[in-house]
Design a protein. Structure first.
Lengths: 623, 351
């Protein structure tokens, strides 16, 4: 289910703003009034599941306004300090900087800067409203999705109770992400911002029955219990060597609690995702001297984020690819190692990959312990089959992709529990949407009548050639986040590896942001077609030419426009009958076109899109 | 003007020419002219022409006088030689430079004030002598630097920004260049780079006195209703007699043309001009009829543009003077001081 698409297009009312149709018809002028058009230009924000206004907070960081930058984040993604260390950062591969230079802006680590230097922001957090709705909502699980729901709904005057089997809230964030990536006080702080503001937490209380929970009279229930079950690897020897074979997420859990304090000298980690990376790096710190990651697929196809692979390799952990686990070898009831079959990738006509044996001899590797991190599964043993929740064949609940409502009208799902294992930022995005749905349900409104985003588009002109944003384009390459010394890191499993940017580095990195939210807005009526913008544009993205069909037009612009995922901004109504075509792909948003425009036909306008949320400022529930 | 330099980042697919330079390598400092100035478009056209011809920037000398137009050499070819001369004296300085070092490519940039008023005599004599150069007049018909008085190329009857009509007759630099013997004469418009860039390329390859009158609207003082050099007026009255489709070095002409539609002009250096005729009766090799045609169309209110005259086999100043083939700065003592025997021979020849 492509819920990314569903979430991004849910308020789309007008026609698609990107107008290639493949038909041989002249292009129509771009409808910049459609919020999606300029939103898409802000690549980072568009790519973020929670649509955090990234350039907005990066400018605040550059200005030293860390607390303001933090609040922009907190409103949108709830856990800036946590995400600033652990986010999967879909924003960074999307960053325009990566298309005009070598690497994207270090968006994620700048978010952490906002969290590190913000000071005390508790006075800025919304207090729960005095007028209560009298409605009760239960959240099952205290992970990021549930906490996001709880924060949004508590601020709207609903009484929210969060259940979790563990004694502390945070879920996956607290118990599976190693401390050397995410210190506990960051979790305590940001989870605390939610639980201290009118949310009831019933921790240490496992929910064992949905029917019983429904029986407690809750008006709505949000299920955010994650994908708690680590997938096993049922190959020969699994039972016999069980004592030294551990399921990755359970093992991380046990390490987190301090139950597991050591591991064998030689460790094999199976799997190519981020959990595997956390496992191998944790093993290195608990006595694993020869730790290796073994993956069935190739290096590039691994699910782990590139930077997590880098960090693992930096800690002397080799990643071995194209090896399919065949058997656990054992002697006298003890694991001795594993054998792997060598495979290679073959692609069929549809581009579907299959891994086929190469026929070479199997590989044997000695090992004292094996960590199995080959995926996670959803499990809902506590939901009775007759509770009114329908499930898909893959074990996931049947959901409305927009409202996240299950087949039971009062029960909603989000995070990994909804669509299978994803990440924190998706869980937060689901949380916001589920909160909107639940709030609408409690008000008796149509769940599909969803509030639109708040959109502003304001000129940034301050003087003849002065703008309210720093339009000079930095040519600095991406700055690296300082790390603690490797020996120190490997000796202490709770020592955070990344030190974070200091204020100076943060400023320089922030200046690399191109301010893609400051849009080039063109007024054809004012244009005298003097070519000044065409001549000055450093990336040749503006062309005045005859109208034509998109495919053909793209071939005769001033610079190649191959990137079809980026729109052409088309304006007609010029005196010569030509059109203005601007390829948004590599625009630097430097404002030179507007500076050199004699008539003000080009203007730089800041586009700010805030997703609608259930918020404290909404009118209190009245029923 | 902009306060910031143009960002150094460029399009990731920006191509390079035969020398390995990108077009951006031919740029200069950011313009300090008024935003929207036609001169900036001409600068951009010069940059493109030099890039496309793969000219080595250090082999180009750009010379200018005084005025908005004469400031522009700062804004293109930042790696070339430059000389900003006294008002109206660019042609003399260029002539001298050319005589001293005939190996450089000379680009004279001037304006209607610099060339048609204070420097009119200089303009005339440089063309008359056939100095091997490209002489571009960025013609806006107004004294922009002194806030908008009529210049010598303002048309009679044209109105100033304040509404006053010009009572003086205009100097037509193209007509004069034809009369004075320039061997390449063109007129173009800063707002039409598809016409202008090939003309500049052809002029750069022309081994003789090449003159381009480029109408360049002054957005500040001469782009209003009543002006005859505004964007709107020029677009409405522009009559192109031909189009230079492409200029090739020694490449073959591959495009297919209907007979009579295109004339291939082969220049002295072996370069070829493919000239697409827009007015079939216009002959760009007949100086006399070109002058007549221009007078006639001008009376009808048209602005004739295109390659108006070209002599495929021009003579230039060095040939007239029978000068040494080598630049003076390359001559050694032996050439410069041939010895007493040579002197005696010379003296004997004059007795």
């Amino acid at each position: 289910m492509d819920c990314a698409l569903a979430l991004q297009s849910r308020w789309r009312a007008g026609p698609d703003p990107v107008r290639w149709t493949g038909k041989e018809v002249p292009l129509q002028a771009t409808e910049i009034g459609n919020p999606d058009y300029f939103h898409k230009v802000v690549d980072c924000q568009w790519a973020c599941p929670a649509h955090t206004p990234v350039p907005e907070y990066i400018r605040l960081i550059a200005a030293g306004r860390y607390a303001d930058a933090y609040m922009v984040n907190w409103k949108s993604n709830v856990f800036p300090g946590i995400l600033g260390r652990t986010c999967d950062r879909p924003c960074e591969p999307a960053c325009r900087r990566g298309r005009v230079e070598q690497e994207p802006v270090a968006i994620c680590r700048l978010k952490r800067v906002a969290a590190d230097y913000k000071g005390d922001i508790t006075a800025r957090l919304p207090e729960p409203p005095a007028v209560r709705s009298g409605k009760r909502v239960a959240c099952v699980g205290a992970g990021p999705a549930s906490l996001a729901v709880a924060r949004d709904l508590a601020a709207a005057g609903h009484d929210v109770t969060v259940f979790d089997a563990e004694a502390k809230a945070g879920g996956f964030i607290r118990f599976q992400i190693p401390r050397f990536r995410l210190p506990e006080q960051v979790i305590d702080e940001e989870v605390g911002y939610i639980l201290d503001r009118g949310v009831t937490a019933r921790l240490g209380e496992r929910v064992n029955s949905l029917k019983a929970l429904l029986g407690e009279g809750y008006d709505a229930i949000f299920v955010g219990c994650g994908a708690p079950r680590g997938r096993d690897l049922p190959i020969p020897g699994r039972q016999e060597a069980a004592a030294n074979i551990h399921i990755g997420i359970d093992w991380l859990n046990s390490v987190s609690f301090g139950h597991t304090k050591s591991i064998g000298r030689r460790v094999i980690v199976l799997g190519g995702g981020n959990t595997a990376m956390d496992c191998c790096r944790s093993a290195r710190r608990l006595g694993g001297a020869d730790v290796r990651v073994v993956v069935r697929s190739g290096f590039e196809e691994m699910k782990a984020s590139p930077w997590e692979k880098e960090d693992a390799m930096h800690e002397d952990i080799p990643i071995l690819n194209y090896l399919a686990p065949k058997a656990f070898m054992h002697a006298d009831g003890r694991l001795t190692g594993m054998t792997f079959e060598k495979v290679r990738a073959e692609y069929d006509a549809n581009g579907r990959r299959s891994l086929v044996p190469t026929g070479e001899p199997d590989v044997f590797m000695e090992a004292d312990d094996v960590l199995v991190a080959v995926g996670q599964e959803n499990a809902f043993p506590w939901i009775e089959r007759d509770a009114g929740i329908a499930f898909e064949r893959n074990g996931l609940p049947v959901l409305d992709p927009v409202t996240l409502q299950s087949t039971h009208p009062q029960v909603f799902f989000g995070g990994d529990a909804a669509f299978g294992p994803k990440n924190i930022i998706w869980a937060v995005a689901h949380g916001h949407e589920a909160a909107i749905s639940i709030d609408l349900l409690l008000r008796g409104s149509d769940l599909h009548d969803r509030p639109p985003p708040a959109v502003t588009l304001v000129s940034q002109k301050m003087g003849i050639h002065e703008w309210s944003y720093d339009n000079a384009v930095s040519i600095d390459l991406r700055y690296k986040v300082p790390h603690i010394e490797k020996g120190k890191a490997l000796n202490d499993i709770s020592a955070e590896v990344e030190l974070g940017f200091d204020v100076d580095l943060a400023f320089k990195e922030a200046q690399r942001c191109l301010n893609c939210d400051v849009q080039t807005v063109f007024a054809p009526k004012l244009c005298i077609e003097c070519d000044a913008c065409v001549d000055i544009c450093p990336v040749d993205c503006i062309t005045f030419t005859e109208d034509g069909a998109e495919d053909e037009l793209r071939t005769r612009l001033n610079a190649p426009a191959h990137n079809r995922s980026q729109a052409l901004y088309i304006a007609d109504g010029l005196k010569t009958g030509r059109i203005m075509a601007k390829d948004e792909d590599v625009c630097l948003h430097c404002g030179m076109c507007a500076e050199r425009c004699p008539t003000g036909a080009w203007d730089m306008q800041r586009f700010l899109l805030d997703l609608a949320q259930v918020g404290a400022r909404r009118p209190a529930y009245a029923a | 003007m902009s306060f910031l330099p143009k960002p150094r980042l460029h399009h990731p697919e920006l191509p390079t020419n035969e020398l390995g330079f990108t077009r951006r390598d031919y740029e200069g400092a950011i313009s300090t002219l008024c935003a929207g100035c036609g001169h900036d478009s001409i600068s951009a056209a010069i940059i493109r022409a030099c890039y496309e011809l793969s000219l080595p920037p250090h082999r180009i000398a750009k010379l200018s006088g005084i005025g908005c137009s004469s400031k522009t050499p700062t804004y293109f070819l930042g790696a070339s030689h430059g000389f900003n001369s006294v008002h109206g004296r660019m042609p003399s300085v260029l002539t001298g430079a050319n005589l001293a070092n005939r190996d450089l490519i000379y680009l004279g940039v001037s304006g209607d004030g610099d060339s048609a008023s204070i420097g009119l005599g200089q303009f005339a004599h440089a063309l008359r002598r056939g100095v091997n150069m490209v002489y571009i007049v960025e013609n806006n018909g107004v004294y922009g630097l002194t806030k908008g008085q009529f210049s010598a190329t303002s048309d009679k009857g044209a109105r100033s920004k304040k509404g006053v009509a010009n009572t003086d007759a205009a100097i037509d630099l193209v007509g004069m260049a034809l009369q004075l013997g320039a061997t390449f004469v063109a007129r173009s418009f800063s707002g039409d780079k598809t016409q202008l860039v090939p003309l500049i390329k052809a002029a750069l390859q022309h081994e003789g006195a090449a003159f381009i009158d480029c109408i360049s609207p002054c957005v500040q003082f001469n782009n209003h209703v009543g002006s005859t050099k505004s964007f709107d007026y020029v677009r409405e009255h522009n009559e192109a007699v031909n189009r230079l489709d492409f200029i090739t070095g020694r490449d073959e002409i591959t495009a297919d043309y209907a007979p009579g539609e295109v004339e291939i002009v082969s220049q002295h250096d072996g370069s070829l001009l493919a000239l697409r005729k827009l007015h079939t009766d216009y002959d760009p090799h007949d100086r006399g009829s070109a002058i007549n045609y221009l007078q006639e169309r001008s009376a009808a209110g048209e602005i004739v543009t295109g390659l108006l005259y070209v002599d495929p086999d021009p003579q230039e100043l060095h040939a007239h003077l029978n000068t040494t083939a080598a630049p003076l700065n390359t001559l050694g003592e032996a050439e410069l001081c041939p010895g007493s025997a040579a002197l005696a021979a010379l003296n004997a020849a004059l007795r």
